[in-house]
Ligand binder design. Structure first.
Ligand code: NDP
Length: 330
């Protein structure tokens, strides 16, 4: 028997609520690889999946949330994995459509897993989590479109959140000047400790302007916010620069014009971590192991247990989680 956080739906109200239950391996949905989960984490999507209506992501109850996890393979019917292998899982709608990592055991398809790279343990992998993995994908996309250090500041929006914190630390470590946008001025020292050179108050960027182009400022942008902020930032990019659109913490709308694309050759790059092909996943995890300073990662970590998840899920939906929560499921 093992512990898991299980969401169950009250048929009368139609609302789901979490509780910690004892399950057996027979309760788990079918999978090729059984993983002894060591750590999971809390992402925005986890906030949705642990909310009473499941955020439109969870269709079937009972449900075990947790969109990512890391641990050790216990048994495998697929040749690619054997007992004792260290693995990490993000995406593939695990924790939404499939049972996830808020559990001491999980069943996965072999295709969903990535071997942990040398230099990264399960706890560090979940300090990175989907948020940090996505931040790495965003930085890789910007590099693939020509961004190099030494040509001006890179903007990171939603900087004190999970994606933003990891993006800030990676970019600073790679030698970029990082301008970190935050709506929480009290996180300024934290962001500077991660390597940000400038703190940009959210109020400077979250209002629309009638001017489709402003002065050319940023050589790249990792955007976790979307909405009006993304629209505004597009008009501030340097000629030929790229914005990696990662998130929608500030809204899904994009009230922009096409002028920055047409007159400044600005690129808007979509970043999806969920269906990311295997080879690029491996590449991203290897880059994380080499390009993310582990002392900076440690400074982002807030430890938690399965019992904390109800509160943390609500907090992340309100934008109140700083850095990365690491959930010790044991
Ligand atoms: P967090 O909640 O940790 O961070 C989001 C940050 O955005 C907050 O900390 C806050 O930063 C800022 N923010 C929140 N609300 C607003 C607002 N109304 N206007 C402007 N800024 C705001 O979430 P994550 O970092 O885990 O995820 C960030 C986004 O990326 C989410 O939308 C998430 O769904 C998405 N995402 C997408 C993935 C993909 O595959 N594309 C994968 C992972 C995440 P501050 O306090 O510094 O202002």
């Amino acid at each position: 028997m093992f512990n898991a956080l299980v969401m169950e739906k009250d048929e009368e109200s139609g609302l789901a609520s979490p509780s910690i239950k004892q399950l057996s391996l027979d309760d788990l949905p079918h999978g090729e690889v059984t993983v002894a989960v060591e750590y999971s984490t809390v992402n925005y999507k986890d906030g949705l999946c642990t909310s009473p209506k499941g955020g439109g992501l969870v269709r079937n109850y009972p449900h075990v949330p947790g969109i990512d996890y890391a641990g050790t393979v216990e048994a495998s019917t697929d040749d690619r994995y054997k007992a004792g292998d260290k693995v990490v899982l993000t995406g593939w709608r695990v924790g939404e459509a499939h049972w996830g990592g808020y559990s001491q055991k999980a069943n996965a398809l072999a295709d969903w897993l990535v071997p942990l790279p040398d230099g990264l343990d399960a706890r560090q992998a979940m300090a990175v989590g989907t948020a940090g993995f996505t931040a790495m994908l965003a930085v890789m996309a910007l590099e693939d479109h020509g961004m190099t250090p030494g040509h001006g500041p890179v903007l990171v929006t939603g900087a004190a959140g999970g994606v933003g914190s990891v993006a800030t630390a990676i970019l600073a470590n790679l030698g970029y000047e990082v301008a970190a946008v935050t709506g929480r001025p009290e996180t300024g020292d934290y962001l500077k400790s991660l390597g940000a050179s400038t703190i940009v108050p959210r109020t400077e960027l979250n209002e629309t302007t009638k001017r489709p182009l402003e002065s050319e400022t940023w050589v790249g942008c990792v955007d976790a916010v979307g909405g009006e902020m993304l629209a505004r930032v597009l008009g501030q990019m340097k000629y030929g620069a790229s914005v990696a659109a990662v998130g929608l913490a500030g809204g899904a709308a994009l009230p922009a014009t096409v002028i920055p694309f047409l007159l400044r050759g600005v690129n808007l790059l979509g970043i999806d971590s969920v269906m990311q092909p295997y080879n690029n996943r491996v590449r991203a995890w290897q880059r994380i192991a080499t390009d993310l300073p582990m002392d900076k990662l440690e400074a982002m970590v807030h430890p938690a247990t399965l019992g904390d998840l109800r509160q943390l899920g609500a907090d992340i939906l309100k934008g109140q989680v700083k850095g990365r929560v690491v959930v010790d499921v044991n």
